[in-house]
Design a protein around this ligand. Sequence first.
Ligand code: P6P
Length: 338
Amino acid sequence: MKTQKVVTLTQFISEQQELNPAATGNLTRIFQDIILAAKIVNRDVRKAGLVDILGTHGTTNIQGEEVKKLDVMANEEFIAALSLGGDCCAIISEENEEIIRVPNSNRASSKYIVAMDPLDGSSNIDVNASIGTIFSIFSRISPVSTDVTLEDCLQKGRNQIAAGYIIYGSSTMLVYTTGQGVNGFTLDSSIGEFCLSHPNITIPKNGSIYSINEGNSIEFSDALNTYISYCKESDKASNRPYSARYIGSFIADFHRNLLKGGIFIYPATLSSPNGKLRLMYECNPLAFIVEQAGGKANNGTTNIMDIIPKQLHQRVPLFIGSENMVNKAEEICSAKPL
Ligand code: P6P
């Protein structure tokens, strides 16, 4: 019987590094830091169901250790791994208001900045729905011998060197791009390795899934409600009516649509005119991934990765997924009212 060659994420990244003559190994080491933290967070997320046995957050467990909220724990694990690795000079995290400048990182190799949402969708943990970590990596602009500046951090998505996410679902997967396509790796806990399971992921140009919280439709623009009605019309030639799928965990909705085709929308609403999702560490990284997979991401009119950030935790409206579906949504949403 022909044995399938297992390619681990570590091997895959090393091979990618060898193909790039300019590579110095720093990015490879950053990925190793991320992989380590991902395995630790995965271990603790998998125990979340035992919280009544292990104690709820804010208490101490049977070992007398403080039980932390999982998103706090995840944040601490990724910051620790990236700080100890020595190749990251600064971290932007959804859990931290200010830039986390990594001390002693003025070494020549510490040129990378990581923006992350350490555990997105954490409110879904109690109901055992999939959650995820999202990360974006780019190079600092200022010289390594100086302190990292806000300008180093407020770079548009086009400047990303790499982006990825870990989804803690029925299996744990890490999906990433460095601009050479998108590849997915599934954690084999029996050997403690992420193994290549989804090579060269591409998103179908068309899909039949739309993902939006229609509970907020009273606050949507008339044009967006027109698009939602379009999704519900019967037209076999365009696979309509589409199926509504909305888990309330961005990573889970995005990952399903990436593999099957579809559109995810978190739009501007009357109470949240900039939507809910964050540009730097939710929208930009997944826009990079979806575009590398042949899809599209905009704020309704402008490509997400062309938006110049003004604040670290800036929110933007988001339309992301199959190219033709995002284009159709843009066409209907930007049509002049009759
Ligand atoms: P709503 C989770 O809290 C999150 O940040 C995303 O993961 C998810 O897509 C969105 O919020 C859900 O928001 O307003 O529909 O509950």
